[in-house]
Ligand binder design. Structure first.
Ligand code: C5P
Length: 220
């Protein structure tokens, strides 16, 4: 049984990777199973919240009671999240959004050249969904994620300031992708706190309790 610490709150979560098509059969994507984001959606729902989960391409069942919207590209995720965000109290951005997409996606499969010339890909930047939500006139409480291979604390606090969000959650484990266990470090304006290694649902429940406490102290 989970205490209903988010009763009456609305929570928006992004999860999984995005997929940026190069042509109808190829694309650019990131490593992400979506497990952490789905666990957060489930934990928030168990805590009494109304939860909207915007998911990139993943192979995971929808948590019970959660409204799920499936998208493929970063632009689609952005266009789904931005209009939904003002109706939510909390936004948790766990998605591993592709930073760039092909500037033009080919309508037909790009064929190999007889002379073995290799095509070059021109990339263009994707919108930063978390930063865009944080810029809304009265944004939900924004929580970002940081998956770094080194200097996690420094990168997480730099990201927190750059995206102008109150909380960034770093993945401590070196290779958490697709794994069921992880550890988290919560970085806010005052410092950081670790949630020790556990399965992702346990971590998600701890994170949800932490976020609920922050809402209660800032917005009674
Ligand atoms: O900039 P970086 O990708 O390292 O930041 C990670 C955080 O920002 C995550 O919370 C991720 O979901 C979010 N993000 C986003 N849109 C992007 C890139 C990252 O919402 N285009």
């Amino acid at each position: 049984f989970q205490p209903k610490v988010l009763a009456g709150r609305r929570v928006l979560v992004t999860a999984g990777p995005t997929f940026e098509p190069i042509d109808p059969v190829r694309g650019i994507t990131n490593h992400s199973s979506g497990k952490m984001g789905f666990a957060i959606a489930r934990a928030a729902q168990e805590a009494g919240a109304q939860v909207t989960l915007v998911a990139g391409p993943v192979h995971l069942p929808t948590p019970r009671g959660v409204v799920r919207l499936d998208v493929q590209t970063a632009q689609q995720m952005h266009d789904t999240v931005l209009p939904a965000a003002p109706g939510h109290d909390v936004f948790v951005a766990t998605a591993a959004v592709a930073d760039w997409r092909p500037a033009a996606s080919a309508q037909q499969k790009i064929k190999k050249q007889g002379d073995r010339r290799v095509p070059t890909l021109e990339l263009t930047e994707n919108p930063d969904i978390l930063a865009a939500v944080a810029r809304l006139p009265s944004p939900p409480y924004c929580v970002g994620f940081a998956a770094e291979s080194e200097n996690l604390l420094a990168h997480a606090s730099e990201k927190r300031v750059r995206k102008n969000v109150p909380l960034i959650v770093g993945n401590v484990g070196p290779a958490t992708f697709g794994r069921d266990h992880n550890a988290l470090v919560l970085v806010d304006a005052d410092g950081h706190r670790e949630i020790p290694t556990a399965d992702k649902l346990t971590l998600a429940r701890a994170l949800v309790r932490d976020i609920a406490g922050r809402l209660d102290s800032s917005r009674p």
